[in-house]
Write a protein that binds this ligand. Structure first.
Ligand SMILES: [Mg+2]
Length: 240
């Protein structure tokens, strides 16, 4: 097994609970929609969302009503997704939302960064959303620990070519990168591209364990499996 010089991590189900997106982020945007439109009506980014929404709305439907309906339906409609992103950004910036991280995550990320291991994110959420989540997390501003942020602009998470492109982008040999995810098909794709893989099996998220990949229940578990440093407190308690 090659030594790990970089970590590439998924977010949802890996660093953060799946429930955070479903039970916090989506309801937050729904609850804030009308207020946000009223107070940001002259913001050019909001104007662009409204113009596009009007174009895609039903003939007798106003843009705000269409946006409300797409949110209720969880439709993948671009102006609604863009507006959701703007509402979340406002929520993160004024402190009403904090990015969820499992408690084991931040101490390990800090220990790994201190040891010179490169930290990178690959998530289906946009790069902007990734930076907001880590920049305004429950454990403080962790965005600066990461050097690479990748979203589906690099390709789908279940396609090996995406992981090859990320390795090339980072100027690293694929086998020196460890990919962390909860989803078997993503781990398969990364493995095909030559990356090392570890599945995070978060019982709270009901992760389906994969027979094809090494598994850890949390980030210290990853550290033990792959010879990565542990946070000081954890190293002391495991030595005791
Ligand atoms: Mg995931």
């Amino acid at each position: 097994m090659a030594p790990v010089s970089a970590i590439l991590t998924d977010i949802e189900g890996t660093t953060s609970s799946i429930a955070f997106v479903k039970d916090t982020l989506f309801p937050f945007a729904k609850a804030a929609l009308e207020d946000f439109l009223a107070t940001h009506a002259h913001d050019p980014e909001v104007q662009a969302c409204l113009t596009e929404a009007r174009r895609l709305a039903a003939p007798d439907e106003e843009a705000p009503a269409a946006l409300r309906r797409w949110m209720e339906e969880d439709a993948k409609v671009t102006p609604m997704k863009a507006l959701q992103g703007l509402i979340w950004r406002q929520g993160y910036l004024d402190g009403r939302i904090e990015g969820h991280l499992w408690p084991d995550v931040a101490p390990c990320l800090r220990a790994w960064a201190r040891a010179g291991i490169g930290l990178h994110v690959y998530s289906s959420g946009s790069v902007a959303a990734q930076k907001l989540l880590f920049g305004h997390s429950v454990a403080g501003d962790l965005a600066s620990l990461f050097t690479g942020f990748f979203d589906t602009n690099v390709g789908g998470k279940r396609e090996a070519a995406s992981y090859s492109a990320i390795a090339r982008g980072l100027h690293l040999a694929p086998e020196s990168i460890l990919f962390l995810s909860d989803v078997e098909q993503e781990l398969d794709a990364a493995g095909t591209a030559g990356l090392q893989t570890c599945q995070l099996v978060r019982t709270a998220d009901g992760t389906q364990p994969s027979a094809r990949h090494r598994q850890a229940a949390d980030f210290p578990g990853v550290a033990s499996l792959f010879g990565l440093p542990l946070p000081r407190a954890a190293a002391e308690s495991s030595a005791a």
